[in-house]
Design a protein around this ligand. Structure first.
Ligand code: HAM
Length: 428
């Protein structure tokens, strides 16, 4: 029975009360992205497995250990997206979005799937707000995406979010770095975990991102990429920092920050929450990814922010959310005729954008008024035989108790608006 009464491990339901908070947070990110010229993209929840093997990298934890992969009935290998970047690149290429000129700027609000051990801030179905930008190589583009995220954090009142920054160079300067890493870790081979032993030959930088405490300890003494950057990469990184400083954005350079996905080049960054102790999001440049996936060489960059973690951070600092979906007018009714009139009047108010509701359960008047209170209705109107006969009924302000008689005919909406404006003048 548990299988049908409990959601799968690592997933959560978003129920009324919580979903309004999510909408508000998502609205801030959406608005901030649109202010910066990004447009929304929606891609399928599942893609060909090959996309992630190529895009995210087959030596990453995400691909090696965490993907939800299955064979569909047609025998294809399909994977639920573990992140948003690879799908956005595929969609950008497939739909020729580059034909409208560069930069192409996309944002998404999406669910992702990773088979991880569920714990605080770690889910199997997680939600991300992300942006991806294609065709902009300039350091000011890196600064723009970083500033966008920080501005949204600020608007949400999240003020303990830091910015950690690093550059992991280009394939050219990384050749020398990989040699240095191999030398360092080969001398400590006997201490590496099994996964890292296989990474030593295939992709030694991944060892720096290993979760095993022993590998993490070893990584602390490993050579730092920043000492191996070529001149172009060094200049690019210096200019990113200048652009951030131009906006007064504080950052901390972390030479150990390499990120967990293979596509990154040059700038990488994370937004740690100081109070929660984990990253609310991260991203960086991926100047080789579009070409890797069959497109022309095109610079790219972006970030993914964990919405589940952002909501956790807001809860942790007791953020007050404004009440949402408040009912303006509740029509209580007695008898079928009055119920139908209530239904029509509520519909008229919806037509002018006023949240209104009426009795749908044929409850007694007392129970209806109790319900109106529960949903926080600002006004109520009782409709019964007398009101139907008179063609008039009283609109009651539930806060002040003040009442206004309104006609229930053609002029109802106009009279309602006039009464509310007058009541607001009087009572607030
Ligand atoms: P990521 O660092 O793997 O990057 O994920 C971004 C954010 O998603 C994390 O910082 C975290 O807040 C959230 N997140 C990741 N895994 C989980 C989980 N299991 N449970 C809850 N939250 C989680 C990416 O996904 C890249 N696609 C970001 C990017 C876009 N880079 C360039 N463009």
């Amino acid at each position: 029975m548990e299988l049908i009464t409990k959601a799968p491990k690592g997933t959560v339901d978003l129920v009324p009360g919580a979903s309004e908070k999510w909408q508000l947070v998502e609205g801030v990110f959406k608005n901030e992205a649109e202010l910066n010229g990004f447009s929304e993209i929606r891609t399928p929840v599942f893609e060909h497995t090959e996309l992630f093997l190529r895009g995210v990298g087959d030596t990453t934890d995400v691909v090696e250990k965490q993907m939800y992969t299955f064979e569909d009935k047609g025998g294809r290998s399909i994977t639920l997206r573990p992140e948003g970047t690879a799908g956005a690149v595929r969609a950008m290429l497939e739909n020729g979005l580059y034909n409208n000129g560069y930069p192409v700027k996309l944002y998404y609000l999406t669910s992702c799937y990773r088979y991880e051990k569920p714990q605080a801030g770690r889910l199997r179905e997680l939600h991300q707000f992300g942006v991806e930008m294609f065709g902009a190589a300039e350091p000011v583009a890196d600064a723009q995406v970083i500033a966008l995220a920080l501005s949204a954090f600020r608007r949400l009142g999240l003020n303990d979010v830091g910015l950690q920054l690093n550059s992991i160079g280009c394939p050219e300067c990384r050749k020398e770095y990989h040699r240095a890493l191999k030398e360092y870790f080969s001398a400590r081979k006997d201490q590496l975990c099994e996964t890292c032993l296989s990474r030593l030959e295939r992709n030694p930088m991944r060892i720096l991102d290993c979760k095993s405490p022993v590998c993490q300890e070893l990584a602390k003494g490993a050579p730092k990429i920043t000492e191996y950057l070529c001149e172009d990469c060094r200049n690019h990184f210096a200019r990113v920092q200048e652009c951030l400083s131009d906006l007064g954005i504080a950052f901390e350079i972390d030479p150990g920050l390499v990120r967990g996905l293979d596509y990154y080049t040059r700038t990488v960054f994370e937004f740690p929450s100081k109070s929660l102790g984990f990253a609310l999001g991260g991203g960086g440049r991926y100047d080789g990814l579009v070409e890797e996936m069959g497109g022309k060489p095109t610079p790219g960059l972006g970030f993914g922010l964990g919405l589940d973690r952002i909501l956790m951070a807001l809860e942790a600092q007791n953020t007050e959310f404004p009440p949402q979906n408040r009912c303006e007018v509740y029509f209580a009714s007695m008898g079928e005729k009055a119920q139908r009139l209530a239904f029509r009047l509520a519909d008229k108010l919806h037509g002018c954008g006023v949240p209104a509701d009426c009795d749908l359960c044929a409850r007694g008047l007392k129970a209806q008024m109790k319900y109106a209170n529960k949903i926080g209705a600002r006004y109520t109107m009782v409709l019964g035989e007398n009101e139907l006969e008179a063609g008039k009924a009283e609109l009651k302000n539930m806060e002040t108790g003040e009442k206004r008689k309104l006609s229930l005919g053609e002029s109802f909406v106009d009279e309602y608006i006039a009464a509310c404006t007058a009541q607001e003048d009087l009572s607030f």
